[in-house]
Ligand binder design. Structure first.
Ligand SMILES: [Zn+2]
Length: 270
């Protein structure tokens, strides 16, 4: 089945003084509604309950108490990816969950994505991009449909806003926040560099399954080293008391694995 390109034409009206929290939450809600229409989202109540419990346990302890309601979604795709939408909407692909071994690795990914929201990386990009083209680019980055010429043309019209594609500095900041976020929630931060290694190994053995992740998350060995160096500054007595895994996580992973296979890939073009 070929998914047609749905151009997200959101009326993003940005004032000179930037995006307020209120606007961030409203825009995020609109984006999330459109994403949920475009992407296959898993609606298994048990799986959704777990990822929201885990995500919320991390997000509600952060500085963004101005976001009243964080929401976590599982995208029914074998591709490895995760992304954050302003206003506290976090998406994790099924393919990423199936590649985790322990709870702290998934928590690390959530902590990192939550970090992007805390630092308002997407909001800053939207402020720079100013408007209508942002939505188009978002759809492309998230779904890979920009391989089609029509979509590429649509992107070029507005001059290459790259919403959801973060700079190396943004990634470093989100990593740093990620470590703090999971530690605050009582979870071992080693899951973050471990997950990076899993993904780098995957890139070596099966590059196509992680290409979206690497397109949107610049990841090199030095990011792993930086994260490990940050973890090394944490008091070992604190680290040793943090949670690495749980039965409920393993049950969740089994549950996700046992769901019916995802819909056929949605790429157009190629
Ligand atoms: Zn990131």
């Amino acid at each position: 089945m070929k998914r047609t390109l749905v151009v997200l034409a959101l009326a993003v009206t940005l004032t000179g003084c930037g995006v307020s929290t209120q606007q961030e939450i409203e825009m995020g809600g609109q984006y999330a509604a459109q994403i949920n229409q475009q992407l296959p989202i898993i609606n298994d109540p048990e799986a959704n309950r777990y990822i929201n419990l885990l995500g919320d346990s991390i997000a509600r302890l952060t500085s963004r108490t101005d976001i009243p309601d964080w929401k976590f979604f599982i995208v029914d795709s074998r591709e490895v990816n995760a992304f954050a939408v302003p206003g506290g909407y976090i998406y994790v692909n099924r393919g990423l969950i199936e590649r985790t071994q322990r709870m702290d690795q998934l928590a690390g990914v959530l902590g990192h994505e939550i970090g992007h929201v805390i630092r308002r990386h997407s909001v800053h990009q939207m402020e720079k991009a100013q408007g209508a083209n942002v939505g188009v680019t978002l759809a492309c980055v998230l779904t890979n449909i920009c391989n089609s010429q029509a979509a590429s043309a649509a992107i070029n019209v507005g001059g290459g806003a790259l919403f959801a594609k973060f700079s190396r500095d943004d990634e470093n900041e989100a990593d740093e926040e990620g470590v703090k976020n999971v530690v605050r929630a009582g979870i071992d931060p080693h899951g973050i560099p471990e997950m990076f290694r899993i993904l780098l190994d995957e890139r070596a053995s099966s590059p196509s399954s992680v290409s979206t992740w690497f397109a949107t998350h610049p990841l090199e060995e030095d990011r792993i080293k930086q994260t490990e160096a940050q973890i090394a500054t944490i008091n070992p007595a604190i680290l040793s008391g943090l949670t690495k895994d749980s039965q409920s996580f393993q049950a969740f992973k089994q549950r996700v694995r046992s769901l019916p296979p995802p819909p056929a890939p949605t790429r157009a073009g190629n």
